[in-house]
Design a protein around this ligand. Structure first.
Ligand code: AMP
Length: 399
């Protein structure tokens, strides 16, 4: 699968619409707390500016659900872009309204306009063709650099591509990097290849797990999803998170792993708590001895050692999903320890998923990972073997 490359388009002096993912976290005062997504888009923006383009930037932020909600305004993003690009960024007060049309009408090369939050318009998430056309009419060239939303068929990601032919649309550098990285990782990994899969539920990652099985050498399970497997093994898991309707599926996954010779690891001990709370009473117990009414909220120290041992000889590590309720300090230790091993290992280390990316950043080892995917849902769908709706229109047709 080859994407339409930005560098192969003739964009000199043209007006370019770049769909970015500026959906950045902010604190209660509207300050951006992590600008990685904005920084990641700079390469594509600068390339277009170097080609003397006029650049229209568009993104969503949060879920304003088709209405103008001031706290989801992209104004703080415009200010950060101004600092990072070291040039003026004109902020439009709407998306395809009078202000945006006025500000994007007579743009000179080198100018940058940022549209307001795409999701202030209901047509965005509905993939409304009329809205998509209005967006398309703003520019001559379309570039998608928003990996994080490319699994959504939204107007600025999917609908808009219908209005540009293959000489006028392309994947941005970030999108291309993410797609190629995951493609190479999953289809051609340096072995041994281990996947660490955690998070709350099996259901959210079922297809990814099934798709990964034939490709990996080891799977290490953590987080809430471990308990569905442990219950299926006949353990008493107390009040831990469980998906009873997936017990059989859990068995099938374990059988398939055995059949394929994939080493399937489950926690051997957990931190059990009497309630789901930071100030709960907690203790270390073996996976076989979770007290009645207690819940496992993190992997225990023996599991941490076991997983370190299992990761010792691997050459590629893919990590998606925390090992416990890492948002609570009491139950963050397992995830934090695993983050350190992964960071210290000589393997190629790839972190996918919003929570896991957040986690490695909190632990302070984000710089030591080979690759952190900016998109959570999108990276999971890639692992499931799907072609993302925002990527499909940007695939080069075979000659
Ligand atoms: P996901 O969105 O499926 O990747 O899951 C991430 C969430 O799983 C995080 O918010 C964690 O707090 C939660 N989580 C991890 N381990 C557990 C657990 N043992 N019990 C309940 N929730 C968990």
């Amino acid at each position: 699968m080859e994407l339409l490359h930005l560098k192969q388009l003739d964009i000199q002096n043209k007006k370019v619409f770049i769909r970015c993912d500026f959906n950045v976290p902010m604190d209660e005062f509207g300050n951006i707390t992590d600008d990685r997504r904005i920084r990641s888009a700079i390469a594509t923006i600068n390339y277009c500016l170097d080609q003397d383009c006029a650049v229209i930037l568009a993104s969503h932020l949060g879920r304003p659900k088709g209405e103008v909600v001031e706290k989801y305004s992209l104004k703080p993003v415009a200010r950060r872009l101004h600092q990072l690009l070291k040039k003026e960024v004109v902020m439009a007060n709407d998306v395809v309204g009078e202000d945006a049309l006025g500000k994007t009408a007579d743009m000179q090369s080198g100018e940058v306009v940022l549209l307001e939050n795409l999701r202030f318009e209901a047509g965005e998430t509905k993939n409304d063709p009329e809205f998509a056309k209005k967006l398309a009419d703003l520019a001559e060239v379309y570039v998608n650099d928003a990996f994080g939303v490319s699994h959504r068929a939204h107007a600025s990601v999917e609908g808009i591509t219908a209005y540009f032919d293959n000489d006028h649309k392309a994947a941005g550098f970030l999108l291309e990097k993410e797609i190629n990285f995951f493609g190479k990782l999953v289809n051609n990994p340096v072995r041994p290849f281990a996947a660490i899969v955690g998070g709350s539920k099996v259901s959210g990652k079922l297809e990814a797990l099934v798709n990964l099985l034939p490709k990996v050498d080891k799977i290490l399970i953590g987080g809430g999803m471990a308990f569905t497997f442990l219950k299926q093994l006949g353990y008493d898991i107390g009040a831990s998170l469980v998906e009873d309707e997936l017990l059989e599926e859990a068995q099938r996954i374990m059988d398939k792993a055995a059949e394929l010779g994939v080493k399937f690891y489950l926690p051997v001990d957990v931190i059990a708590a009497d309630r789901f709370a930071e100030d709960a009473v907690s203790k270390i117990v073996t996976a076989q001895e979770i007290p009645n009414g207690w819940m496992g909220l993190d992997i225990g120290p023996a599991t941490v050692r076991l997983y370190r041992e299992a990761l010792n000889d691997v050459q590629t590590i893919l990590w998606n999903g925390p090992m416990g309720v890492y948002e609570m300090e009491r139950f963050a230790r397992g995830s934090s320890k695993i983050a350190h091993f992964v960071a210290d290992s000589y393997a190629t280390t790839v972190v996918g998923g919003g929570d896991t990316a957040d986690l490695v950043q909190r632990v302070g080892v984000d710089e030591e990972m080979t690759f952190i995917s900016t998109g959570g849902g999108a990276s999971l769908e890639l692992l499931e073997g799907k072609i993302l709706p925002g990527v499909k229109p940007l695939i080069k047709e075979e000659a």
